[in-house]
Design a protein around this ligand. Structure first.
Ligand code: URA
Length: 500
């Protein structure tokens, strides 16, 4: 049997492998005939077998004998596993791709050795991403505070040692999390760089930089003050923060001292009087006791209205929420977009549509060619409604009472902005604007006119972006998203009055 050597970079993930694998599959070259190698890596078992074909060029001399398709689920599995660092990953991936040609249900066979191994690699990659997300510690680069070109952005540097080639996968997480600073993460497997606009992943191995320890002190003070001596579980700590990460984490130098002093601190805590309730509970109780204020005279400016909305106690939602989220956009906007209520991230940021649903909305507006800065964005309900699940705040749809309590704010926003078009996103906004008579399923994607003459306002009902996010990934979600973009396309004629 002719053997082929296919060589890839160690950092290579899915795409370079895919190109070679496709070529080999189309020529029906069985897995045993391919020696997958890593450039610069150790010569493997077949080294002495003097391969006849070397590289993709050798393959292309052979005629293609079939077309090859891989299902999306298979591509997803291979993509997720191929950033593992095991040198055998390329051969394993090819074996799976080869075997699914004859057995389309192979991926469902959990006991199959190849599939089981691939799934373990996927899990290990995911764990590595999780560790990187938790254990990267940025240090500010002194003297790099740039006033000019980058609008005063600060520059940060971090060093991390991932086990696998996960940088491309984890990079978007860091870009989302640390959007408003410039940073670079260096690793022995490459680097990631973010300058507020562009996210660049490099595969060139980096050397550990000299990191000044000044920042570590601040972090250590924080860590020591949040360390709970009554809950010291060293085994669990080791499991969560394995030893190999310790050398790059400033706080780990404190742990031996904190752990050894834990018992004495717990004893001292037990001897003390009961401490007052934590601040959060105090705040909640104080808020619950606030009297419900009668609706004040509604102000004639959006700024005045925002002040009143932020002080609103008209329904119980104001108690656990961080803050009310008021509308945002030009006071003379021709289009108002009304969502349901702020989500977790909006509640923390105090701005509408900055979380995942907002990102979907902004992406769809861009696709539809609509300038979002020209829109006034607001919500039917101004406080975040949620239930707690452990520490997570899970969104709960507002009920009719919350919508009614907030309606005066929404009505005043409409009266002040006087939009020509009001777009409702989802069923709550529809109900808040048009009452309970209209069903979302009947009007989604349609528009109609409310009022007449000078006061005529066009209404457009669209799905809520969170609903799109909840749909399972696949053709249905793609189609619904496309309808959403098409719906937003109609906004364009309202932005340019010449097209009306
Ligand atoms: N969903 C909404 O309806 N509004 C927001 O502001 C965010 C998410």
């Amino acid at each position: 049997m002719t053997r082929y050597v296919l060589t890839l970079e160690d950092s290579a993930a899915f795409e370079p492998w895919r190109e070679m694998a496709r070529g080999a599959l189309q020529r029906a070259i069985p897995p045993e005939a391919i020696d997958w190698r890593i450039r610069g890596g150790e010569t493997d078992l077949f080294g002495q077998l003097a391969p006849v074909g070397d590289g993709l060029e050798a393959l292309t001399a052979i005629p293609v004998v079939k077309t090859v398709t891989l299902r999306a689920s298979c591509i997803a599995l291979l993509r997720d596993m191929l950033c593992h660092s095991d040198p055998a990953r390329f051969a394993l991936a090819y074996r799976i791709a080869w075997r699914v040609q004859g057995n389309p249900h192979l991926l469902e066979v959990a006991t199959d050795a190849d599939i089981a191994k691939a799934r373990i690699m996927v899990r290990q990659n995911r764990e590595d991403c999780h560790k990187m997300a938790s254990f990267v510690r940025f240090r500010e680069e002194p003297g790099q505070h740039d006033e000019g070109q980058h609008g005063g952005r600060r520059h940060f540097l971090a060093w991390f040692e991932p086990e696998h080639h996960i940088l491309e996968r984890i990079a978007p997480f860091f870009a989302r999390r640390f959007t408003d600073m410039d940073w670079m993460i260096l690793t022995p497997r490459g680097s990631i760089r973010w300058d507020g606009k562009e996210l660049v992943c490099g595969t060139e191995p980096c050397e550990r930089p000299e990191l000044d320890d000044g920042f570590g002190e601040l972090w250590n003070t924080y860590y020591a003050s949040t360390f709970n001596p009554a809950r010291v579980r060293t085994k669990a700590m080791r499991r969560e923060m394995p030893g190999r990460y310790w050398k790059n984490l400033p706080e780990t130098r404190l742990i031996p001292q904190l752990v050894s002093g834990a018992e004495a601190r717990v004893r001292k805590m037990a001897e003390q009087d009961l401490r007052p309730a934590p601040a959060f509970h105090e705040r909640l109780r104080a808020r619950e006791q606030l009297p419900v204020q009668p609706l004040p005279d509604l102000p004639e400016t959006l700024e005045g209205l925002a002040v009143q909305i932020r002080n609103c106690t008209a329904c119980p939602l104001h108690c656990p929420a961080t803050q009310a989220v008021v509308g945002e956009g030009p006071a003379t906007a021709r289009i108002m977009v009304v969502g349901e209520q702020p989500g977790d991230q909006e509640d923390l940021a105090g701005r509408p549509f900055v979380g995942p649903a907002g990102q979907l909305l902004h992406g769809a507006l861009e696709e539809a060619g609509v300038d979002r800065t020209a829109l006034y964005l607001t919500n039917a309900v101004k406080h975040f409604r949620f239930r707690l699940q452990g520490r997570r705040r899970i969104h709960q749809a507002p009920d009719g009472g919350h919508v009614v309590a907030c309606r005066p704010w929404l009505e005043q926003e409409i009266a002040l902005v006087r939009p020509k078009l009001i777009v409702s996103l989802g069923a709550t906004a529809l109900k808040a604007l048009d009452g309970p008579g209209l069903a979302m399923a009947d009007v989604r994607g349609t528009s109609w006119t409310v009022g007449a003459g000078e006061n005529a306002v066009q209404r457009l009902a669209l799905a809520h972006p969170s609903w799109l996010l909840r749909l399972e990934e696949g053709p249905r979600r793609d189609i619904e998203r496309q309808h959403f973009v098409e719906g937003l396309f109609r906004l364009r004629s309202f932005l340019d009055p010449r097209e009306e």
